[in-house]
Design a protein around this ligand. Sequence first.
Ligand SMILES: Nc1ncnc2c1ncn2[C@@H]1O[C@H](COP(=O)(O)OP(=O)(O)OP(=O)(O)O)[C@@H](O)[C@H]1O
Ligand SMILES: [Mg+2]
Length: 309
Amino acid sequence: MPEDQESAEPASPLAGVDLAAVEAAVLRALAAPSDAPEGLGLRVLGYGEISLVVGWPDSRPEVACKRLPVFPSEAAAQRYSERFSNYLELLAQRGVQPVRSAFGTVDAGGGRVAGYVVQPVLDSGELGPNVLRAAKPDAAHPVLTSVVESVSGVVDDRTGLDAQLSNWAYGDGALRYLDVTTPMCFDEDGRIELDIELFLAAYPWALRGVIGRFVAPGVISAYRDPRHVLIDLAANLQKEGLSEWIPPALEVINAQVSPTVTPEEVERYYRSDARLWEAMLKLRRADRWWQRRVRRRDYPFLLPGHIDR
Ligand SMILES: Nc1ncnc2c1ncn2[C@@H]1O[C@H](COP(=O)(O)OP(=O)(O)OP(=O)(O)O)[C@@H](O)[C@H]1O
Ligand SMILES: [Mg+2]
């Protein structure tokens, strides 16, 4: 690439970010007895099922730092880094623009490595759920039509996408994808190429075997099925308090998939999905109690408070 073009490229979102300071603030919050990380120098932008999204610096966030479960070694972090870059590239090739994202690491002691995916912080008005909240339900809304089109463009037997509205940003007429921390690439036998063990660290040790064998592969594997991804998108509108958007969403979805997705199917899916994640969160709370009270250790994740489902 000619030099002048290279210099026109925007700086990496990691430029000027002191990840060691971010990690220190996260560790302080983890060591604190309460669940209220604010006041401890930590601004939480989102609690995912797996990653913790921190706005940094906390007084006036410029970047979103998504903390991954701690890697057991430099090599494991390196493997993740490769999968992450490949996934970003694949999304772009298939017409989905990811939010500018970079992966960075911090030494976590004992050979372990804390990893972060860092992105510029987005305006809250640009986040998918807020964009729809500010508009009237309409099957022609560009967020609906572009998200559904993106699913058709990306998802196949070896590539997954989590198309829930909270994973998209929309501004200046362009849709961007922000939930890039779980690169969903699968091998020819349908197994995810990611170290799933790593992500299972979020669950109690005694249950990891069961979850890893029976729950996680099914949950992740379903993201390779466009119809499933779109049902998940529609059902999640209910969790976001955007139920009135379900009929227009189904109109757009049903122009793409068969058999037709019915409102009843979406409702059924929503109920069972809400139960699954609620159960998983309860397991994590129980594990945290065990680690702190009985084992007298810090629990390595911040958990969300009550979630309306
Ligand atoms: N760059 C960003 N700027 C502002 N807010 C963000 C940004 N990235 C994420 N968020 C907020 O945090 C939430 C969770 O982020 P994201 O979807 O990337 O992770 P996640 O859902 O935790 O992923 P997973 O469950 O796969 O670990 C988003 O829905 C959004 O509200
Ligand atoms: Mg998400």
